[in-house]
Design a protein around this ligand. Structure first.
Ligand SMILES: Cc1cc2nc3c(=O)[nH]c(=O)nc-3n(C[C@H](O)[C@H](O)[C@H](O)COP(=O)(O)OP(=O)(O)OC[C@H]3O[C@@H](n4cnc5c(N)ncnc54)[C@H](O)[C@@H]3O)c2cc1C
Length: 427
C-alpha cells in the first residue's frame, strides 16, 4: 500500500526550522526593510547575507533547482511543502534564493547554458550578485506566441535584436534580460545600447529593443529553440506559484477564523452565524482540495517529468487563481470594513487573484490545454445514443450473463421474474 500523506521526520525538522526562521527573522525584516534583498544600503545587504548564510547552512538555498542542475534536488513534492510555508512571507522566496523571475531564468541557464554562459551569468544570479528579468510578452499579443515579432539577425560576430516587449517584470532593475525572439532566446545586459525602458508601467516594463547588438555567445540554447526554453521555464514556474498560493490561502483562512471568533454581532460571535460558518467551511474544503491537487501534481512531476504532468500543471494553474479569489474574498468579507483597507494583507491578496489568472498564461489557454489533452483519452459514440444509454447497457448485460444463466436455470428463472417485476414498475 503506497498511499501515505505523512512527512518523513528528518524533513519535518527542516520544515519546522523554515517556519521558525520565517516567523522570527524574515517577517520582521519584511516590515522594517521592505525589499531588503535589493537594498543598495551595504549595511542592510550585509544583514541579508547573514540571514541567507543561515539558509545555506541548512542546505536550503535555491531549493527549486534539481540536483543535476546544481541545486539541492529536493524534488517538487518537498519543494511544495517548503513553499507552502515560505509563500506566506513576501520576502521569503528571495531570502531562500528562490524568487521569480530569477528562478525560471536560472533553470533555463542551468539546463541550456554552455559552461562559459553558466560561469558568466548563472553563478552571479545564484549568489544574487546580479538580478534578471524575462522579456517574452509583446504589446500586440501575449497568449499566442505565434504573434511575437521580436527577431534577431546575425551580423558578423554579433546578433542584432529588434522588437518590443511588454510586461517584463522587474526589467528596469535587472542586470540581464532574457529576451525571447522568434529565432531563439537571447541574454541581453540591460545597459546594452538600444535597450529602451518606457516610463510606464513602473514594475512590469514596456521595453523597446532597437538595434540591440550582443555577441554570438549570448544566444541561449539552440537557434530557433526559444519556445522549448520558454516551456521549460514556465512549466516549473506555474506549479511553484501554486505552492506559494496555498500559503496565501492559509494566511487568509487564519485571518478569517481569528476574526470570526473575535467579533460579535446580533448577540453572538460571528463564528456562530451560519452564513459565516458556510464561508469558513467552504474555504477550508477549497484549500484542502487545492493542496492535495498541488501535492499530487508535484509528486507526479517527481515520478515522471514536467512534460508528462502538463495536464495537471495547467489544471492546477487555473484552479489556484480561483481558490485564491474565493478564499481571499471570504476572508476580506468577514473582516468587514477593515478587510477593504490596506491595513491587512487581504485587499492586496484579493486584488492578486485576477493577476494569478493572467500571469504565466491566461486561464482560458490552460483550460483549453486541459480539455484538449483529456479529450485524447475519450472517443465519440456510435449511433444516436451515448455508451451509457441504459437500454444498451441492459442488452449488453443480458448478453454477458447469458452463459451463467444458461448454466443455472434457477438463476435464469429469477432473472425472468426480475425482468417482469421491473417492466411493470417502469410502466
Ligand atoms: C503580474 C504579471 C507578471 C508578468 N510578468 C511577465 C514577465 O516577466 N515577462 C513577460 O514576458 N510577460 C509577463 N507577464 C505577461 C503575461 O505573460 C501575459 O499577460 C499573458 O501571457 C497574457 O497575455 P496578455 O496580457 O497580452 O493578454 P491577452 O493575450 O490579450 O489575453 C486577454 C484575454 O483574452 C482572452 N483570451 C486570450 N487568448 C485566449 C484563448 N486562446 N482562449 C480564450 N480566451 C483567450 C482571455 O480572456 C484573456 O484574459 C506578466 C503578467 C502579469 C499579470
Amino acid at each position: 500500500m503506497a498511499w501515505d500523506f505523512s512527512t518523513e521526520p528528518e524533513f519535518q525538522e527542516k520544515l519546522d526550522w523554515v517556519k521558525q526562521f520565517c516567523e522570527e527573522k524574515v517577517e520582521p525584516l519584511d516590515h522594517v526593510f521592505p525589499h531588503a534583498v535589493r537594498s543598495p544600503d551595504p549595511v542592510v545587504k550585509a544583514y541579508v547575507r547573514e540571514l541567507q548564510q543561515e539558509v545555506r547552512d541548512q542546505g536550503l538555498w535555491a531549493i527549486f533547482l534539481d540536483r543535476e542542475l546544481g541545486g539541492p534536488g529536493f524534488g517538487q513534492l518537498k519543494l511544495a511543502l517548503l513553499n507552502e510555508i515560505i509563500g506566506r512571507y513576501p520576502g521569503a522566496p528571495q531570502m531562500f534564493g528562490a524568487a521569480a523571475p530569477d528562478t525560471g531564468n536560472i533553470e533555463m541557464l542551468a539546463a541550456y547554458g554552455t559552461e562559459e554562459q553558466k560561469k558568466r551569468w548563472l553563478e552571479p544570479l545564484l549568489n544574487q550578485d546580479i538580478f534578471s528579468a524575462y522579456s517574452m510578452t509583446e504589446p500586440q499579443g501575449g497568449s499566442d506566441p505565434n504573434l511575437f515579432e521580436t527577431h534577431a539577425v546575425r551580423d558578423g560576430d554579433e546578433w542584432v535584436i529588434n522588437g518590443e516587449k511588454w510586461f517584463t517584470s522587474a526589467g528596469r532593475v535587472a542586470d540581464i534580460l532574457f529576451v525571447m525572439c522568434t529565432n531563439g532566446m537571447f541574454v541581453v545586459p540591460r545597459d546594452t545600447p538600444g535597450v529602451e525602458i518606457m516610463p510606464e508601467p513602473r514594475n512590469h516594463n514596456h521595453i523597446i529593443y532597437r538595434d540591440v547588438r550582443v555577441p554570438l555567445d549570448h544566444l541561449l540554447g539552440p537557434e530557433d529553440g526559444a519556445k522549448v526554453l520558454a516551456q521549460r521555464r514556465l512549466g516549473g514556474g506555474r506549479i511553484h506559484h501554486a505552492m506559494r498560493t496555498i500559503a496565501q490561502c492559509n494566511l487568509a483562512f487564519d485571518m478569517m477564523c481569528e476574526r470570526a471568533l473575535s467579533r460579535k454581532s446580533h448577540g453572538k460571535v460571528i463564528a456562530e452565524h451560519q452564513m459565516v460558518q458556510e464561508k469558513i467551511a467552504e474555504s477550508y474544503a477549497m484549500i484542502r482540495m487545492l493542496r492535495l491537487y498541488v501535492l499530487e501534481t508535484a509528486w507526479k512531476i517527481d515520478q515522471t517529468s514536467t512534460q508528462e504532468a502538463r495536464t495537471d500543471i495547467a489544471a492546477v494553474k487555473f484552479t489556484m487563481a480561483r481558490v485564491l479569489r474565493e478564499v481571499s474574498f471570504n476572508a476580506l468579507h468577514i473582516l468587514g470594513s477593515l478587510g477593504t483597507t490596506d491595513l491587512t494583507p487581504l485587499q492586496a491578496m484579493y486584488a492578486n487573484a485576477p493577476t494569478m489568472g493572467i500571469a504565466d498564461g491566461v486561464d482560458e489557454v490552460h483550460m483549453a490545454t486541459v480539455a484538449r489533452r483529456v479529450l485524447r483519452d475519450h472517443a465519440p459514440h456510435e449511433g444516436y445514443f451515448p455508451t451509457e444509454f441504459i437500454p444498451y447497457k441492459r442488452e449488453a448485460a443480458w448478453r454477458k450473463m447469458k452463459p451463467v444463466l444458461d448454466a443455472r436455470p434457477d438463476l435464469a428463472a429469477s432473472a425472468e421474474a426480475y425482468q417482469r417485476y421491473f417492466a411493470i414498475r417502469r410502466r
